[in-house]
Design a protein around this ligand. Structure first.
Ligand code: MLT
Ligand code: MN
Ligand code: ZN
Length: 304
């Protein structure tokens, strides 16, 4: 299985257009050692030709321009993308669908019925796409059962619900539903290797460790270093955990949780521009390195 990181940043990317935080300012001025990052997305292939896109970021056009295998190569209108899996209905994971509106072949989109509900109401992207390419929605399970995506050779997908909050524009914003956010275990059926992917992960609930123990690579939420990162900077009044992102540091944080799965390559993704781990010379980055945890970047390839 070939995993390609298209965008390793959280919503807003890095640097964020209106942000003057230590990281964003430092990156613009060349004052810190760091790489820019577009917004959260990966693609995965079992044969190197047919790819499943996970999330459609607002930066998807740039991401496709930078990764040849997704580009047209066989017909006048063509793509290497055979299906799109959405892990939630958030702006940073869905807005790119509007940029993929051209053509007369329907987009094959895999998401929960709950996410489809948001994408046909509060954020009605599916309705809008109905006036362009159209959408074939495939409801993904959250009961631990598996499915395949036609055209995605040698890959099997198991999706599961994660505790989280629906987006601000969701009709059930203050009433979380199972399926607002999912994670996915992707298996290469040729060699049995598995990726556990959960870019939005607020809590390691009891159903997750059995799945994480099977994984050869665990790619998870790297949004914030501390639970109060945005509060401390005066940018938001909510904690990381309350918006569905388990912070890396401290007791019960992601570093501690990931130490339970030493069999896997452990990689952080969906990294917010305020997170000190983006600075490659920061003590926080050193702490991650000492724990054997990698920080993903745009263009990173992982072969399992
Ligand atoms: C999140 O991951 O919490 C959301 O995508 C935040 C956002 O981009 O507005
Ligand atoms: Mn996000
Ligand atoms: Zn910033």
């Amino acid at each position: 299985m070939h995993i390609h990181v298209l965008g390793a940043g959280a919503g807003g990317g890095f640097p964020q257009w209106n942000c003057n935080c230590h990281n964003c300012d430092g990156l613009r001025k060349g004052a810190i050692k760091a790489r820019p990052r577009t917004q959260s997305s990966i693609c995965v292939s079992g044969d190197g030709v047919n790819w499943v896109l996970f999330n459609a970021s607002p930066d998807v056009l740039k991401q496709i321009q930078e990764f040849g295998p997704l580009q047209p190569g066989r017909a006048l209108r063509d793509t290497g993308i055979v299906g799109i899996v959405l892990i939630d209905a958030q702006i940073d994971h869905t807005t790119g669908l509007l940029m993929l509106r051209e053509g007369s072949v329907r987009r094959e989109i895999y998401c929960t019925d709950v996410v489809k509900g948001d994408l046909t109401s509060g954020n009605p992207l599916f309705n809008i796409l109905g006036h362009y390419c159209g959408v074939n929605h495939h409801a993904v399970p959250t009961d631990g059962s598996s499915f395949e995506i036609p055209g995605a050779a040698h890959l099997k997908f198991t999706t599961f619900a994660l505790k989280s909050a629906a987006p601000p524009y969701s009709p059930h914003r203050n009433d979380p539903h199972p399926g607002d956010t999912i994670g996915v275990l992707i298996e290469d059926t040729k060699n049995g290797k598995k990726l556990f992917y959960a870019p939005g992960l607020g809590e390691i609930e009891p159903h997750l460790p059995p799945l994480m123990k099977q994984a050869d690579c665990i790619m998870v939420d790297g949004t914030f270093w501390t639970n109060t990162e945005m509060i401390d900077l005066g940018l938001m009044d909510k904690t990381a955990r309350s918006i569905g992102h388990l912070p890396q540091s401290g007791p019960g944080g992601m570093i501690e949780e990931l130490s339970r799965f030493p069999q896997a390559r452990r990689v952080l993704i969906h990294i917010n521009n305020t997170n000190p781990i983006l600075n490659e010379e920061s003590p926080q980055r050193r702490e991650l390195e000492a724990a054997g945890i990698e920080v993903s970047y745009d263009g990173m390839d992982i072969i399992l």
